[in-house]
Design a protein around this ligand. Structure first.
Ligand code: ATP
Ligand code: MG
Length: 268
């Protein structure tokens, strides 16, 4: 991809907590800063699964998931909010600033940029977990227009109760990618793409349509965190993002994903 193509693009990037390294060396942040320098508009939405699990353990709060989604009690929500909006968000902001990108960190609650409602699933009560209702795309475009790089923690505001609700980061990112009509929704995770057989790294599916992805959700090919990830990718593409790519968080992983590594999801 040449510089001129990069400069015109708007991408929404989901960076998985599972893929983030512990130390200061982070090839994903290197690449984001380099892309921002070309003039590409990048909106980053981050996860924090392992970081939250570690903090919950310290607080003796048990962790439970339904359909790959974290069940969030009132006590867990406090921990989730402090880890996502505090520790993880600020570490990413500092990492990007150190690389010359004007990162601006906030959560979906701030300025009510991402409004949500309580999410229900057939398998039980998820507690303080939100699903997207609306995204303030105008405000996000305004932030991008100031030359800032938004780094968004996946907590949304429920206007009915004025609660902050925890969100799966993929779910938040997919809604944002749709609202911004992103040129690409790029999901960086800890696997090199979506697998036909989840235990076989050689079974990565290069290209999927929405209908095929829905089939794989129904037959259980996608499990755990891959389920909300694929649902979010479907929402993004169905809602107006040009395409979604799911790829591994490695050096130059964004540009290579845009060039065809990993799994691409298209409308049809
Ligand atoms: N068919 C599949 N192909 C690939 N991975 C799969 C599949 N089914 C389930 N998975 C699991 O999904 C995981 C990725 O989702 P996960 O939620 O763990 O990471 P993340 O979303 O990048 O991080 P975070 O949730 O912290 O933001 C993979 O590591 C793998 O274990
Ligand atoms: Mg996940």
């Amino acid at each position: 991809m040449d510089r001129r193509t990069c400069a015109r693009m708007l991408i929404v990037l989901k960076y998985g907590g599972n893929a983030m390294p512990d130390g200061a060396d982070d090839p994903v942040l290197d690449e984001i800063a380099a892309l921002a320098r070309t003039g590409m508009s990048v909106v980053m939405v981050h996860g924090g699964g392992p970081q939250i699990d570690a903090a919950l353990k310290l607080h003796d709060i048990p962790e439970e998931r339904i359909e790959g989604l974290r069940v969030t009690s009132a006590a867990a929500r406090e921990v989730v909010e402090s880890v996502l909006c505090g520790t993880v968000n600020k570490a990413l902001v500092r990492g990007l600033l150190a690389r010359g990108a004007k990162a601006f960190g906030f959560s979906g609650q701030d300025a009510a940029i991402l409004t949500v409602r309580r999410m229900t699933v057939p398998g039980g009560d998820l507690g303080y977990v939100g699903e997207p209702v609306a995204v303030d795309a105008t405000l996000l475009h305004g932030i991008l227009g100031l030359g800032l790089l938004p780094v968004i923690a996946p907590i949304g505001l429920d206007p009915a109760t004025n609660d902050g609700l925890n969100m799966n980061a993929d779910t938040a990112a997919g809604a944002i990618a749709a609202a911004l009509q992103a040129d690409a929704y790029v999901v960086l995770t800890n696997v090199a793409g979506v697998r036909r057989d989840r235990h076989d790294p050689a079974s990565v599916i290069p290209r999927l349509t929405i209908a095929e992805a829905e089939g794989f959700l129904a037959d259980g090919t996608f499990a755990d965190g891959m389920r909300p990830k694929m649902r979010a990718a479907i929402e993004a593409v169905a809602g107006g993002a040009r395409r979604a790519v799911i790829a591994e968080a490695v050096r130059d992983g964004i540009v290579t994903a845009l060039g065809g590594t990993g799994t691409e999801l298209v409308r049809s």
